[in-house]
Write a protein that binds this ligand. Structure first.
Ligand code: MG
Length: 391
């Protein structure tokens, strides 16, 4: 199902969460709820783009412009006075989408598994809603402070988002509800009214809606806790002796006229240490396993190319390099004049800004083999961050 587009409804004017700031834009651990929700939806590979629906007075403002600048956001459109009209505006703007997923901006914890389950059910049944069982016994109020009865909770379900449907079905259902003047409170209700079957798929108790200041505080704790859970650190070390008649390459930069290092590939001790740090943080075997010395494919190989292969591997496994810190141990050459070039070259190999590469050098104070200038060594530390769903 190519062409699923997420419609993130952020048009509520409620300011209960954050003073003058509308709910969807209240920051949670420094980032607005709507941004977190958009990112969570786009983490599903089947979701091609997101449309963000904001209150009309937000259009052109700083908050709406920031939402529009998020990677993957194809449009920011004005919502209406009700959930139904806002949802309709978003689905109308998802032009060309075969399937739409309408999601509350206030549900930043939605997982890829839930999104994928909804899309799968849409593919088979046309429309789907994620639901969870009702954990508590449900009473009906008689309006006078007494219990009118007890509902059978076995058949009751709480509806979550994203709610998905073939776009044509949902447009039809929402337009009918709007024409009838019925204010449905979710997309499934409009589909039910229009007579379209809506599949109920397993939701996720963790996919909570942030509604009260207490919810926000809990979300803050959860996100900052998860942020730490999702970080992994790795260490790498490499050493090569001088010799072999090869040019000296350190951190992807050629040191013309300097004696080179011997080794099977280009002997770039800096990139080798950095690759091992990244692989170590990902829990993967080191470069000796990955690019075995003696394998003719890697004879004289450019370590810049190998580093990009390592990055592709960890990216495939769902993590991204956050930063690298490198310490070179060498009596020669002096790297001072080339440090910025090396940082840029290393950064390019690992797909991060140069500002996230630390690089310094020290001599070995004349001690041992390194002190006698027999070779060059490098220590590296890498930090990796996992996608929430991949760890
Ligand atoms: Mg090496």
């Amino acid at each position: 199902m190519s062409g699923a587009v997420a419609v993130v409804v952020a048009a509520g004017r409620g300011t209960r969460l954050g003073g003058a700031v509308p709910k969807a834009f209240v920051p949670i651990d420094g980032r607005p709820l709507v941004e977190r929700s958009v990112e969570a939806l786009l983490a599903c590979p089947e979701v091609a783009a997101a449309v963000v629906v904001v209150a009309p007075e937000e259009i052109g403002g700083t908050r709406a412009r920031a939402a529009g600048a998020l990677p993957g956001v194809s449009a920011v459109v004005a919502g209406g006075s009700t959930r139904l009209l806002s949802s309709l505006a978003g689905v109308e703007a998802a032009v060309g989408a075969e399937v739409v997923l309408v999601h509350d901006a206030a549900r930043p914890f939605v997982r890829v598994a839930t999104i994928a389950a909804v899309l799968d059910a849409v593919r088979r049944h046309g429309a789907a809603v994620p639901v969870i069982p009702v954990p508590d016994t449900v009473k009906q109020d008689d309006g006078r402070g007494f219990v009118a009865g007890t509902l059978d909770r076995a058949s009751l379900r709480l509806a979550q988002t994203p709610q998905g449907a073939r776009r044509a079905l949902l447009l039809d259902a929402l337009r009918k509800a709007a024409a009838d003047g019925i204010d449905v409170t979710d997309e499934a209700q409009a589909l039910e009214r229009a007579g379209f079957p809506v599949a109920a798929v397993a939701g996720d108790p963790g996919n909570v809606k942030i509604t009260t200041p207490r919810d926000r505080d809990e979300a803050e704790r959860r996100i900052s806790g998860e942020a730490h859970d999702l970080l992994r650190i790795g260490h790498g070390y490499d050493i090569h002796r001088f010799g072999g008649g090869r040019p000296l390459i350190l951190g992807g930069v050629l040191f013309d006229g300097e004696p080179g290092l011997s080794g099977h590939s280009d002997a770039d001790v800096v990139l080798h240490a950095a690759m091992d740090a990244v692989l170590g943080a990902a829990g993967l075997p080191d470069i000796g396993h990955r690019f075995p010395p003696g394998d003719p494919r890697f004879a004289g190989a450019s370590s810049s190319v190998l580093a990009r292969e390592v990055v592709a591997e960890v990216t495939f496994r769902g993590c991204a390099v956050v930063n690298l810190d490198l310490t070179l141990l060498a009596e020669r050459p002096r790297i001072g004049p080339r440090v910025e070039a090396m940082r840029s070259a290393v950064a390019a190999c690992f797909g991060i800004p140069a500002a996230r590469v630390g690089l310094k050098a020290t001599t070995h104070e004349g001690l041992g083999a390194l002190g006698r200038g027999e070779g060059i060594a490098c220590h590296a530390i890498a930090l990796l961050r996992w996608r929430r769903d991949a760890s």
